[in-house]
Design a protein around this ligand. Structure first.
Ligand SMILES: Cc1ncc(COP(=O)(O)O)c(C=O)c1O
Ligand SMILES: [Zn+2]
Length: 407
């Protein structure tokens, strides 16, 4: 079913044959999967996709799995795109949409990438997977590894949301809480790769996660009847979302399925904004962001490996990069929930705060068709949102609750 032809280094363009286990190219560049798109163009049509499964696997010809029985699916993808009219009115956008990735297994878009990576691990015979994670990628790997019967070794900063820690443990993963950032977790994974023979499933060190992520771009095009929007607003940590969606647009253009490309807008936290800094300074790569700190655990990536790929996509699309504060994200989360009935992760609701600025500054126009991605479920972030709704033992509600409890 797949039209995969080879893998290619995103820096030196060296080509690699499929069917083997890879991490980075020796030059340090992440490997990207390439397909025979001319063949797909001849043999596959947009109309046929409608008959495919109601998951991201409906795009199997442009996904890397060669043995269909290797696919480990929990029903990832085909998330809804919801018109946000009331939020749009508040922000000054007449045509605003939200793709709700919180509906995925384990409550975030990370399910797509890890589903693809674990399926490829099954196909290639890899048994032990390790990952450094801000939380959601770890819980997604833990779930898919459990479903595949593989070992998962997860390294997370000690202060990741409790939901992700508990999730990983419940899925039977080996979890190490680290006093440090994701960059410190990466070093521990690298040490385990050397000493324990684990496979490194880190962002972009593993070539197939990005392929799962790109289905967010294919789906959006299909849901919009192959008319891409004017702008995409996406929260950016390691950059898999932006890079993946951009890759999907590139491929769909080669397939003749879409024309034009949306502006790509990367949203970061003020407390960790290496991409925004590099974008503003006109640099091709980001510098390590010292003392990174934000409640949006997934945005706390001080130096993304794929920085140049993120910056290329943002610049080539005529987009921009914006940083917002933690307070803005959490307030925007409550605003989104109140106006639209959608409870988002702070990473996702950072996009609401960014939109407010970009519409106010005139970078985005009121009539443009704008899609923001809510990348995760708000209920995974109870510690962060508790700061907005503190509950004290003596509160009036609790007293009332005590009164109405049957005795
Ligand atoms: C909910 C959520 N949104 C956004 C991101 C950032 O995604 P990326 O690392 O692909 O840039 C993460 C990463 O952990 C996340 O968990
Ligand atoms: Zn290379």
């Amino acid at each position: 079913m797949t039209s995969l032809t080879h893998l290619e280094c995103s820096l030196c363009e060296k080509k690699y044959e499929p069917g083997k286990v890879y991490n980075l190219c020796p030059c340090g560049g992440p490997l990207l999967v390439r397909y025979d798109l001319a063949m797909v163009r001849q043999s596959w049509s947009r109309e046929w996709i409608r008959n495919g499964p109601s998951s991201m696997w409906r795009y199997a010809p442009v996904l890397p799995v060669r043995k269909p029985n290797a696919i480990v699916s929990l029903g990832e993808g085909m998330t809804p795109v919801i018109r946000a009219a009331r939020l749009g009115e508040r922000l000054g956008a007449q045509n605003l949409w939200i793709k709700d990735e919180g509906r995925n297994p384990t409550g975030s878009f990370k399910a797509r990438g890890l589903c693809c990576a674990v399926s490829m691990a099954v196909e290639l015979g890899i048994q032990k997977l390790a990952i450094p994670s801000g939380g959601n990628a770890g819980s997604a790997l833990a779930a898919y590894a459990a479903a595949a019967g593989l070992e998962a070794h997860i390294f997370m900063p000690r202060d990741v949301p409790q939901s992700n820690y508990i999730g990983c443990k419940a899925f039977g993963a080996h979890v190490t809480l680290v006093d440090g950032l994701i960059s410190d977790c990466s070093r521990l994974v690298a040490a385990g790769v050397e000493s324990q023979g684990w496979f490194d499933t880190s962002t972009l060190k593993e070539p197939y996660r990005i392929e799962g992520k790109k289905t967010m771009g294919y789906e959006l095009a299909e849901q919009f009847n192959w008319e891409l929007p004017d702008a995409i607003v996406y929260p950016t940590g390691g950059g898999m979302g932006v890079i993946g969606i951009w890759k999907a647009f590139e491929e769909m253009q080669a397939l003749g399925w879409v024309s034009g490309r949306p502006k790509m807008i990367a949203v970061q936290a003020e407390g960790c904004q290496p991409i925004v800094r590099a974008f503003e300074r006109g640099q091709p790569r980001a510098e390590f962001f010292e003392n990174a700190s934000t409640v949006a655990a997934g945005l706390r990536v001080p130096k993304p490996l794929g920085d140049f790929l993120i910056l290329n996509a943002v610049r080539a699309s005529g987009g921009t990069a914006v940083a917002v504060s933690d307070a803005e994200m959490l307030d925007a989360g409550v605003e989104l929930a109140t106006l639209e009935g959608m409870f988002g992760a702070p990473e996702g609701t950072a996009c609401v705060a960014a939109l407010r600025r970009l519409l106010a500054s005139g970078f985005l126009k009121p009539q443009e068709r704008i899609v923001m991605y809510n990348t995760g479920e708000g209920l995974k972030y109870l510690e962060a949102y508790s700061t907005r709704f503190p509950r004290h033992a003596e509160s009036e509600q609790d007293k009332l609750g005590g009164l109405i409890t049957p005795r």
